[in-house]
Design a protein. Structure first.
Length: 500
């Protein structure tokens, strides 16, 4: 029987009123397993109204109360790691161990939010002028919303809501319509942890729901993670509507391999970072830039490793890579490989026609490796978001750096070298928000913020870490004087106040 996924509003499951549903498929079989309700404008309004009501008390709840609930949520998440990972695999397709990894990285942010008491400590300066003290505090914004992509249905929402609610905001999440069940599970666990009704709400759906959140007068801030064209649209629209907005977009992450690098370690890293989660990661390495004469040896080492990757259903413990999210996406990824030779690339591995026996309707694709890819090729220019690794050849560090910096994207990047001086130069000269030195996927830990440059992020704040706390709060500065009789009588003074 097909499962139904509803909304979560005011602390309970709410059936979709419009009768409009979208299909959710199991990517391993291609079968529709679930129908997800698509919210109308009225349903989004109901979720925002529930969040606004809840804000009246949650915004004033003590820090102790907020962090106690988050500690309970952390324990429930920990106990439910497997159950959440199974939901992710069933709708996203990634292998169970990878799904567990995303839950672990989300949990890191919950742990950060448990300690919000430290991050929200204000500042006080005493005696800035005679008997005058100044304090800086940060206060919540009100109702805030998150719009998230399909590729991390647990982790990306947890980049947002734990910090938002720890700061005293209430939250409306619009998860991806392609794998919506995880968000509802997180809502249930938050309720079990004792979160008051309405503090966390989920509206499922598509552009209708998103557009209503972008224009709703009671929504004060929008956090978005997804593809670049939609991130740009979200940033423009939400900004025009007077909202604070952070919109993280797509990527094309380069790995620069210098001639002195440990080539076995570099090949291991390239294969893990390019093909993990079938390349459906915003931090996946999709372009290796080989410097100097090492290119042939590096490509051989990558090919040897990539050929051995075991592809199969995510719930089979022997699988290392699962299927892609939809049939349409599978076909699009395959087209980059089938068109690569005509664009001047050497096709070393072609996985475009790969199928898994007995699961012919699954969204399967194999491993592809393209060498000597010109920068004019679509396979280089576009974010493919699939298991296709492109290799580009350059003669010098400078040429490699210029190539990376010419990319419109600037999410993550990595350098592989044994030369500390070159690594240091790269850290300072490369135009990207996250840099790995002999680390292929430099996703920052929870207490440092995550974010890209250029077309990979629109807005002023990166996500989680200190930037997260700043994004979900606004500053207030209080200047106080308690006069003393010894000061004598007050008097009128039309001059601009000066400190003395
Ligand atoms: P997407 O942009 O298609 O969708 C993201 C969200 O936006 C979903 O909730 C979707 O329902 C909504 N949406 C889609 N089209 C819309 C429209 N026209 N108007 C309003 N809302 C719309 O992204 P996706 O395919 O779900 O996710 C993959 C993309 O996300 C990749 O480009 C990947 O790089 C990016 N991503 C980026 C990061 C990051 O941190 N920078 C992290 C994860 C994923």
């Amino acid at each position: 029987m097909t499962k139904i996924v509803n909304h979560w509003i005011g602390g309970k499951s709410v059936e979709g009123a419009s009768g409009t549903y979208g299909p959710v498929t199991d990517p391993a079989t291609g079968a529709v397993t679930t129908n997800v309700a698509f919210a109308t404008v009225d349903e989004v309004d109901a979720a925002v109204a529930a969040a606004k009501d809840a804000y009246a008390t949650w915004g004033k709840a003590s820090l102790a109360k907020r962090s106690t609930i988050l500690f309970k949520f952390r324990a429930l998440l920990d106990a439910n790691r497997d159950a959440i990972a199974e939901l992710i695999t069933a709708e996203h397709g990634k292998v169970h161990s990878d799904a567990l990894g995303e839950v672990a990285r989300g949990l890191e942010i919950v742990e950060l939010a448990c300690g919000i008491t430290v991050q929200l400590k204000g500042e006080l300066s005493t005696e800035v002028a005679s008997r005058v003290d100044v304090s800086s505090i940060r206060q919540p914004l009100g109702v805030v919303a998150g719009i998230t992509p399909f590729n991390f249905p647990a982790m990306v929402p947890m980049w947002m809501f734990p910090i938002a609610i720890a700061c005293g905001n209430t939250f409306v999440l619009k998860p991806s319509e392609k794998d919506p069940s995880t968000a509802i599970k997180l809502a249930e666990l938050l309720a079990e942890a004792g979160l008051p009704d309405g503090v966390f709400n989920v509206v499922n759906g598509d552009k209708v729901a998103v557009d209503r959140l972008l224009e709703h007068p009671d929504v004060k801030a929008i956090s978005f993670v997804g593809s670049t064209p939609i991130a740009r649209y979200i940033h423009t629209t939400a900004s025009a509507n007077g909202k604070r907005v952070q919109a993280l977009g797509g990527a094309k992450n380069h790995m620069l391999v210098l001639p002195d690098a440990d080539l076995d370690a570099a090949a291991d890293a390239a294969v893990s970072a390019a093909y993990g989660s079938a390349g459906e990661r915003c931090m996946a390495i999709s372009a290796v830039v080989a410097v100097g004469a090492i290119g042939d040896e590096l490509v051989d080492k990558i090919r040897e490793r990539a050929e051995k990757i075991k592809i199969g259903p995510g719930n089979d413990p022997t699988s290392e890579m699962g299927p892609l999210i939809t049939k349409a996406h599978r076909d699009k990824v395959a087209s980059y490989v089938t068109g690569a030779a005509a664009e001047g690339a050497e096709v070393v591995l072609d996985g475009s026609a790969y199928r898994v026996d007995g699961l012919e309707d699954g969204h399967w694709i194999g491993i592809s490796l393209l060498d000597k890819v010109p920068t004019t090729a679509k396979a280089y220019q576009d974010e493919i978001f699939g298991p296709v690794l492109t290799v580009l050849r350059v003669d010098t560090y400078e040429e490699g750096l210029a190539l990376i910096n010419a990319s419109p994207f600037g999410n993550g990047t990595a350098i592989f070298t044994r030369d500390g001086g070159a690594a240091r130069r790269f850290q300072l000269e490369v135009e990207a928000g996250m840099v790995g030195v002999n680390v292929p996927i430099p996703v920052p830990v929870g207490y440092h913020s995550f974010g890209g440059w250029k077309d990979s992020l629109f807005g002023d704040h990166h996500i989680y870490g200190n930037d997260g706390t700043h994004f979900y709060t606004r500053g207030k500065v209080v200047t106080t004087r308690w006069p003393d009789p010894a000061d004598g009588p007050s008097g009128v003074d039309l001059g601009f106040p000066r400190n003395h």
